[in-house]
Ligand binder design. Structure first.
Ligand code: PLP
Length: 389
């Protein structure tokens, strides 16, 4: 019988993402300087650090002094603890029944908003003979997670009956912090302050208060409290801000962070095609003149958004080369007509800066009618991440 020898797989398909840990560290320092010493930074590294690699990014941030990390759930926290992340790990979206013992064992900080969560955690902490910190989330208007302010008395009574828990933090999340004239933001903040006051009257005074994501960190100093939760700014981006329904930018709305991730590939094949040649699925793009087309080994299965078909561009040999035809699962065509010296194996930059030219995730997001977050999180696991200084 034939035997198949299994050997360790070496990634040879030349499509990869470069993650600059130097840029990440610098962005963290920029944020630290921006908020000053009195405000703690909780580095949001959920969703595999927005596609950048949570373990590697958290390690770099820990070395840079980060002491708080935000993930969505226990599944995301475990690899961080295993990788030696010793600081506080905040579980932003609570936990599932049955996870409470692991949460206490790993000293994770769960977000809670229901009496049942408090009871489960208290029991788990009691069994270990420890006191465990929790953060209460209040829904001040996002309409997503959190206790409604009028339900606070139930939470307070559950906390009072939980001798093994400490209410260490209180949080909320803004629905529209990037909208500079959104009345919901001051409304949410004032609701948050009311909740702080009510909790004090009930005998609780959590020291860690946090509400601000990237947009609020940049534009609303009054929202910082004692801790802020930047995600996208760490990775070098922030949202376009809006006022009166229109995009605005201005020096007061810039932080000086820079993109951490570049995405690259190499030309797999070059073909000279005549005029009137239909290219790719559906033949939606037809050449107007003889053209030289490069085939790139990257497609929507890698996370290159199909909406960039015949709209996006890459950087090759110091030029922008337009994407032509439909992006398919594994391949993308770009027009490299007239580019001098072009050859199979040449590097093509999908996201990043090269020779003074740049394509960033904002551009992809705009063309795909989505947000930078989805572009970054959408770069699939098939794309190996290489960590560079
Ligand atoms: C609760 C919470 N806090 C903070 C963040 C970080 O937001 P941003 O990436 O806009 O800074 C997120 C991201 O979605 C979040 O869900």
């Amino acid at each position: 019988m034939a035997t198949i020898e299994l050997c360790e797989r070496v990634a040879t398909r030349p499509t990869w993402a470069e993650v600059s840990l130097t840029a990440l560290r610098q962005n963290f320092r920029v944020l630290e300087r921006h908020v000053g010493h009195g405000v703690t930074i909780c580095a949001i590294v959920k969703a595999d650090a927005y596609g950048h690699g949570a373990v590697e990014c958290s390690r770099a941030l820990q070395e840079e002094g980060a002491r708080w990390f935000g993930v969505t759930s226990l599944d995301e926290a475990i690899p961080l603890r295993e990788a030696g992340i010793g600081g506080n790990i905040l579980l932003l979206t609570g936990f599932w029944r049955g996870e409470e013992e692991e949460i206490v064992r790993l000293k994770l900080t769960p977000t809670v908003w229901e009496p049942e969560q408090i009871e489960l955690l208290d029991k788990a902490a009691g069994e270990r003979g420890v006191r465990h910190g929790v953060h209460l989330k209040v829904d001040t208007g996002m309409g997503r997670l959190g206790v409604a302010p009028h339900e606070l008395p139930r939470i307070c009574s559950a906390l009072r009956s939980s001798p093994h828990l400490v209410l260490e933090g209180l949080s909320t999340h803004f629905a529209s912090s990037e909208v500079l004239d959104a009345p919901s933001v001051p409304d949410q903040l004032s609701c948050f302050r009311d909740v702080c006051r009510s909790l004090k009257q009930e005998g609780f005074d959590p020291p860690v208060l946090h509400t601000a994501n990237t947009a609020a960190i940049i534009s609303r100093r009054e929202s910082w409290n004692t801790m802020v939760r930047p995600g996208i700014a760490l990775y070098g981006y922030y949202l376009p801000f809006e006022r009166a329904g229109r995009e605005v930018s201005g020096s007061g709305l810039r932080l000086g962070v820079r993109p951490v991730l570049s995405w690259k590939t190499r030309i797999l094949s070059l073909r000279d095609v005549p005029r009137h040649q239909a290219l790719g699925y559906g033949g939606i793009y037809v050449t107007k003149a003889p053209a030289r087309i490069a085939v790139l080994p990257v497609g929507y299965a890698d996370g290159l958004h199909r909406a960039l078909s015949s709209r996006g561009r890459v950087i090759v040999r110091e030029h922008y080369a337009p994407i032509v035809g439909r992006i398919s699962m594994d391949l993308t065509l770009v027009d490299v007509t007239g580019l001098p010296g072009i050859a199979v194996g040449d590097e093509a930059v999908l996201l990043g800066t090269s020779d003074g030219l740049s394509v960033d995730a904002h551009e992809h997001a705009m063309l795909a009618h989505t947000v930078v977050y989805e572009i970054l999180c959408g770069i699939s696991k098939r794309v190996p991440r290489k960590y560079v200084a």
